[in-house]
Design a protein around this ligand. Structure first.
Ligand SMILES: Nc1ncnc2c1ncn2[C@@H]1O[C@H](COP(=O)(O)OP(=O)(O)OP(=O)(O)O)[C@@H](O)[C@H]1O
Ligand SMILES: [Mg+2]
Length: 262
């Protein structure tokens, strides 16, 4: 899909690109007595890019972690591409392949080369032949701009390069949706843009993405919708333009005023 087919990012939020890919309905999540997610309803359509924003502790990471079942939910339903989240076993491994996840810390295997980090999942889970996995991995590493680093160990790369490898590793599983949880917040400022550029191009190519980030530039450039969370709830949803210029709720206005003065 090209950029022009996707249309301008400021288009009306009711314009949907495709059928529902991630459907979160009436989800509650408790940790003991504490309720981390309350009444969460969120549908992300195929090809859509949703930025999740909100204060620390509002449940953004918890939401991401429930979508690929790193955390179980107390009640409600989460469907990916029309199927309920599997509980365990082989189906869960398939789900994990469908839902690519990139965290704040890159979580690469320190003792494996960059190439081996990217080919491991495709060989073990997708059952690709090594030669095919290597060919795909090299193409993905080129695409995120670290093709020259394939034979190095993670510690020999900069943080920005490692995070781009983490993106390539997630893409190597052929995911239907990519989740990003503050992918640039552990990076030195000069490395943030090289990671955001990769994410913007993924968005332009039509990848369905849920991105927890406070990078307003990314949200404005790439997001169809901004979802604002506070105290475990979705308080507000809007286009990036609407949200950053005319937030409706007091919570969002207060949050944005703090974000802008940092
Ligand atoms: N394993 C856990 N056990 C108990 N409480 C937890 C656990 N994980 C998260 N919480 C609590 O759930 C709430 C939401 O946490 P979460 O990490 O989802 O917030 P967040 O919006 O991602 O915050 P941040 O911006 O700091 O990353 C917090 O109050 C947190 O303390
Ligand atoms: Mg978090």
């Amino acid at each position: 899909m090209t950029t022009s087919e996707r249309g301008p990012k400021t288009s009306n939020i009711n314009v949907r690109r495709g059928d529902p890919l991630v459907e979160i309905t009436d989800v509650q999540k408790h940790y003991g007595d504490f309720q981390a997610l309350k009444d969460i309803d969120l549908t992300v359509n195929r090809g859509e890019v949703v930025v999740v924003i909100g204060p620390s502790g509002s449940g953004k990471s918890t939401l991401c972690r429930t979508i690929n079942r790193l955390e179980t939910i107390t009640s409600g339903t989460i469907r990916i591409d029309g199927r309920d989240l599997p509980k365990e076993g082989k189906d869960l491994a398939t789900l994990r392949a469908d839902v690519g996840m990139v965290f704040q810390s890159f979580n690469l295997f320190a003792h494996l080369t960059i190439l081996d980090n990217v080919t491991l999942g495709p060989i073990k889970v997708r059952k690709l032949r090594k030669a095919d996995a290597v060919r795909e991995a090299r193409a993905l590493l080129d695409r995120v701009g670290v093709g020259q680093q394939a034979d190095k160990l993670p510690a020999q790369l900069s943080g920005g390069q490692q995070q781009r490898v983490a993106i390539a590793r997630a893409l190597a599983m052929n995911p239907k949706v990519m989740l990003f949880d503050e992918p640039t917040s552990a990076l030195d400022p000069e490395m943030i843009n090289e990671v955001l550029d990769v994410m913007v191009s993924l968005a332009q190519e039509g990848m369905t993405m849920i991105v927890v980030t406070h990078e307003m530039g990314f949200a404005r450039k790439a997001a169809d919708r901004v979802v604002f969370m506070a105290d475990g709830q979705i308080v507000e949803e809007a286009t990036p333009e609407e949200f950053f210029t005319h937030a409706k709720s007091e919570r969002a206005k207060d949050f944005l005023s703090k974000l802008l003065t940092h």
